[in-house]
Design a protein around this ligand. Structure first.
Ligand code: 5GP
Length: 120
């Protein structure tokens, strides 16, 4: 079960243009912008335009076109930034124990330094 979507969350407000973001990409399915508190030299967030709380919610409820569009947008953002070599990391936190702070699905893209092993 997934918590109800909160239209007041900060990324919903960014999607509505109520608060600014440093945008790097936008299409019909996705918006990508720089994280306000970057954890790597390159730290971008990619969010779907639909109302999805998390990866769990999105993967269960989104239609195939939304899923394909979002996955391709994540890949496009990484390729466009030249991150494919030497590499980058994708991360999506889901829920409280994973420290998800914003209840709208976001995929983090980290790059620009050696990222080390994944934390447990
Ligand atoms: P989470 O912990 O939910 O996976 O990550 C939320 C991310 O959103 C954090 O890295 C945080 O810095 C970022 N963030 C929170 N509020 C804003 C905002 O208003 N603008 C931008 N660009 N990033 C934000």
């Amino acid at each position: 079960a997934t918590a109800a979507y909160d239209d007041g969350n900060i990324f919903a407000r960014i999607l509505r243009g109520e608060i600014p973001c440093n945008r790097v990409f936008e299409d019909a399915h996705a918006l990508a912008f720089h994280d306000i508190n970057p954890q790597a030299p390159h730290h971008v967030l990619v969010i779907p335009k639909g109302r999805y709380v998390s990866w769990d919610d999105f993967s269960a409820r989104a239609d195939d076109a939304e899923i394909a569009g979002f996955v391709r947008a994540v890949g496009h953002v990484a390729r466009a930034a030249g991150l494919v070599a030497p590499g980058y990391r994708l991360l999506a936190n889901v829920g409280r124990d994973a420290h998800q702070e914003v209840p709208h699905l976001h995929v983090h893209i980290f790059a620009g330094r050696p990222l080390g092993p994944m934390l447990a």
